[in-house]
Unconditional design. Structure first.
Length: 217
């Protein structure tokens, strides 16, 4: 994940509300995105603030500069899969619309290789589960078409499993096992409450913030 997302998932900075003094009123955008679980909430405000200020704005500016090369392709894929077009925001947050992006970590099952790669930042295990080849010699996560096909299938599967886009997005980042454990621990299926209680990280508010940015454009 880009540094911006990683910093938010580690906790970010607590911000007092109201936290969006410069942006236009987001009420219409929030209403339009309500079917995906977006609502007026402190965590969404904080994520939107981080995405549109300081270093976050620098990341966002770069992502939006990349967007014209990927937008139509992503929208077509989402439409063909019968998925909400707002899920384009996942690609913004995951890779900044860069299909060649990779992130490395010692924990990767490819020695010295990337753990997240491509437009949708699949990790090797998930990529292989969805039919992509990931070896030191060949990494189909960097094939925009192949990884996008896999991402559409994964998002569809996660929504079918959880019946809620907020939970599906959380599972995209942390896995269904973690999401189910969080629900059992806290006793609610409301994803923002699960984040607020510390049972899930802040990935979903960040994606929601990206959805708001794209809805306003």
């Amino acid at each position: 994940l880009p540094w911006l997302v990683a910093s938010l998932l580690l906790g970010g900075v607590a911000l007092a509300r109201p936290s969006l003094p410069v942006e236009a009123d987001l009420t219409e955008a929030i209403t339009a995105l309500a079917p995906l679980g977006v609502r007026d909430h402190r965590l969404v405000d904080e994520a939107h603030h981080q995405l549109t200020r300081g270093r976050g704005r620098t990341f966002l500016k770069g992502a939006l500069a990349n967007r014209p090369t990927q937008q139509a392709f992503i929208e077509d894929a989402l439409q063909d899969a019968g998925l909400p077009l707002a899920l384009e925001a996942v690609a913004l947050i995951e890779s900044g619309y860069d299909p060649a992006l990779t992130t490395s970590t010692p924990e990767s099952d490819l020695p010295g290789g990337p753990i997240g790669a491509g437009l949708w930042m699949f990790i090797p295990q998930t990529a292989r589960e969805y039919g992509l080849v990931v070896t030191p010699e060949r990494d189909e996560r960097l094939d925009r078409e192949r990884e996008t096909e896999a991402a559409m299938a994964l998002l569809s599967d996660l929504y079918a499993e959880h019946g809620d886009w907020g939970l599906a997005l959380a599972a995209y980042n942390q896995g269904s096992k973690k999401v189910n454990a969080a629900i059992e621990e806290v006793g609610t299926r409301d994803v923002l409450t699960l984040v607020e209680k510390g049972a899930l990280n802040r990935y979903v508010p960040m994606v929601y913030a990206a959805m708001l940015v794209l809805e306003e454009r």
